[in-house]
Design a protein around this ligand. Structure first.
Ligand code: FEO
Ligand code: CA
Ligand code: CA
Ligand code: CA
Length: 679
């Protein structure tokens, strides 16, 4: 997103200078097939091949069926403010911001009051704002073995809010901020658990439901794992360092083989702030700077009314965010648990793989320019026969960070106190220190800086892991630090150079990378990788912007998910109006890729100024849930100028609210003949 108030990873704060192509070449010269022949580094980079042995990485052998006819791009000149899906498919709104989740309570389906302002009371019984990652947990099938395709729990993240939309104000940046306003915004964050059920063949929200739940920015969460109770986790309100109120910036997600949901805290730094005067007397610490904390945050201004979000009034509160949080959707009273063993960073998503011996690995990305890719391997094995035995599996294990070598191999570097320089001499006194400042630990061990890691997706049969690297405009000093679009120049020292796994300077359109573990062992410490696709615009004049997509162009890949048959669904988060760099690509999309042929076909286009994020289906693949986030986004407050989706009456929504606002929503996509989505 491009809003000034929501910079969306718009900072470069990794000071480590890790892993340039020169370091990699120095370290790995002479390894397997490295720089075949006598080509020098510059020559190889010009060819774009980096000398890697492309044949070493083998793909799954058979393509999934992908037989739909792709839809045209939603180009700016003819932009339609709705979802378009292929002929023979229907997209219909299931639930949107402010719709009842199926709990009783005050104004359970009021959306907002007559003035257009959302209230905390309404928000606590209704669907939160700006939905993002989600998962479908099926009920057991009725009268048969297996899982239901007709009934389940849909668990959905609510990443952030647009305060102007929440309070129906066009002057939020200068309005007086009250505690009630902060509480309302906190209530719009977090997670929704809703029950969905087929009624006369159509998937609908079950209201009321005993499972319906809102977890918010104020819901007590237990802190567990090695960082629990550490001095940096303690506050005056929680001297034990073991209970924090709420979860924030729940971007993408994961789930576990034992049936729990993982919600990932991403840009938590944006909610904290303080006064310049306070910072003058107590400057930002290295820890705070490494996570992008600042006096102004992203402009939420919560610290003006709630000292919990004031970096100097409650200096450790920010340390209690940036974690992966485990939620049991089947128990509405279960306390969410922040699993500190998985590290603290701007978590995007968490994708698991289970090995032949029931070892569990969780793959994760840190979404900021020039940050890292991580893996957590549980110390204890998954027990498929005893759900309770897996309850605290995520509390002990080894966190690794990835180094992508130039020859197509990679290494998982352990982030373990006492190893690889993670010692008191370098500022780490315990594993808790390593985890609270995961980024600094990863800097220390020499991880590879990546082009903004977003979602991970694990192939359902091969265990290959794919990751979206959405874009990076702070990459590449070669051949010159000149921005091709606007002619601006940047000092060479400010940008990491391109490398094999992030091969393009000014990586405007992003790429998708994949790896597989040595011996297909999820606990392995080495892997092989390749670049699945470089996204781009075939019509771009600059060669490095054209990409190598076979099929329909896209850029800024973000959401990523393998369905049950191995189709790779790619969702994009770029400038959602199809203007500028997107003139040939159009608005945001969900496309479908064949992991064998690499062909990409556009399945869905989206309303104006939204992003497409969140995708899951029922186990049979016949009912797909897809998220539309921030339609019409414009933090200046002209809410309906860009989008009136969905309440304009498209995509199955007909109800005009008392005060019209575009609303983030989840849609259900079905095939009209009842078939599997994508075929
Ligand atoms: Fe919330 Fe990295 O997207
Ligand atoms: Ca994302
Ligand atoms: Ca994104
Ligand atoms: Ca996003």
């Amino acid at each position: 997103m491009s809003s000034c108030m929501h910079p969306d990873n718009d900072q470069t704060i990794n000071p480590s200078g890790n892993t340039s192509i020169r370091d990699v070449m120095a370290a790995y010269t002479g390894r397997r097939n490295f720089l075949k022949g006598s080509l020098g580094a510059a020559a190889v980079m010009t060819l774009g091949g980096f000398g890697r042995d492309a044949m070493a990485y083998t793909t799954p052998s058979s393509s999934p069926a992908i037989t739909f006819t792709g839809v045209p791009a939603n180009l700016a000149a003819t932009f339609t403010d709705k979802i378009t899906v292929p002929a023979g498919y229907t997209a219909k709104v299931l639930i949107g911001w402010g719709d009842a989740i199926g709990r009783t309570g005050p104004a359970a389906n009021a959306h907002w009051d007559a003035s257009g302002a959302m209230t905390e009371a309404v928000q606590l019984t209704t669907f939160g704002a700006h939905n993002d990652g989600m998962h479908f947990f099926p009920f057991p099938a009725v009268g048969a073995q297996g899982e239901s395709n007709d009934r389940g729990l849909l668990v959905v993240n609510h990443e952030y809010v647009d305060p102007g939309l929440v309070h129906n104000t066009t002057s939020y940046s200068t309005d007086t901020i009250t505690k009630a306003m902060v509480d309302t915004q906190l209530a719009a964050h977090g997670v929704s658990v809703i029950e969905v059920r087929k009624n006369k063949g159509e998937m609908q929200v079950q209201r009321p439901s005993a499972f319906a739940r809102r977890i918010t920015g104020k819901t007590p969460c237990r802190i567990s794992g090695p960082a629990a109770g550490h001095a940096l986790m303690k506050t005056a309100a929680d001297p034990s360092g073991s209970v924090v109120l709420g979860t924030l910036n729940n971007c993408a997600h994961g789930y576990t083989p034992w049936g729990t949901y993982l919600t990932c805290e991403e840009n938590f730094n944006g909610y904290f702030g303080t006064t310049p005067a306070q910072l003058a007397s107590a400057p930002l610490t290295n820890l705070e700077r490494r996570y992008g904390l600042s006096a102004g945050g992203f402009g939420y201004r919560w610290h003006e009314a709630d000292p919990r979000f004031d970096l100097r009034a409650t200096p450790n509160e920010a340390n209690r965010f940036g974690w992966v949080v485990e939620i049991d959707p089947w128990n509405p009273n279960a306390i969410p648990v922040k699993r500190t063993a998985l590290g603290r960073f701007k978590h995007e998503s968490a994708g698991y793989a289970v090995g032949d011996d029931n070892t569990v690995a969780v793959y994760m990305g840190d979404d900021e320019r020039n940050e890292y890719v991580y893996k957590f391997v549980c110390a204890n094995k998954y027990n498929p026969r005893n759900r309770a035995a897996n309850r605290d599996l995520l509390d002990s294990g080894t966190l690794y960070v990835a180094r992508f070598n130039a020859d197509g191999t990679g290494v998982w570097l352990p982030l373990v106190f006492g190893q690889n320089g993670l010692t008191p001499a370098n500022g780490f006194s315990s594993q808790a220190d390593v985890l609270i400042n995961t980024r600094a630990a990863a800097d220390r061990v020499g991880a590879t800086m990546m082009d903004r890691p977003e979602w991970v997706a694990v192939h359902p049969t091969t265990r290959e892991v794919y990751i979206t690297l959405t874009n990076n405009n702070r990459r590449g000093t070669s051949p010159a630090s000149v921005n091709a679009a606007d002619g601006s120049t940047t000092a060479a020292s400010a940008r990491p150079p391109v490398d094999a796994s992030n091969p393009r300077r000014d990586n405007r359109y992003g790429h998708i990378l994949r790896w597989k573990e040595a011996n297909n062992d999820v606990g392995a410490t080495t892997f092989e990788w390749d670049i699945f696709v470089e996204c781009g615009d075939k019509l771009a004049t600059a060669p490095h912007l054209q990409g190598n997509i076979i099929g329909d162009d896209l850029g800024a890949p973000d959401g990523l998910w393998f369905d049950q048959d191995g189709r790779l669904w790619i969702q994009t988060d770029q400038q959602g109006d199809g203007l500028g760099d997107w003139a040939n690509i159009g608005g945001n999309v969900m496309s479908c890729a064949d992991p064998v042929t690499r062909r990409i076909t556009r399945f869905m286009t989206s309303p104006r100024n939204c992003e497409v994020t969140g995708v899951i289906s029922t186990p049979d693949g016949k009912t797909m849930f897809v998220g539309i986030q921030h339609p019409g986004e414009d933090w200046s407050g002209s809410f309906t100028a860009r989008s009136t989706w969905p309440d304009s009456g498209v995509n199955g929504a007909t109800t005009q609210k008392t005060v019209a606002k575009p609303r983030s929503s989840v849609v259900v996509i079905t095939k009209d003949d009842g078939g599997v989505i994508g075929t």
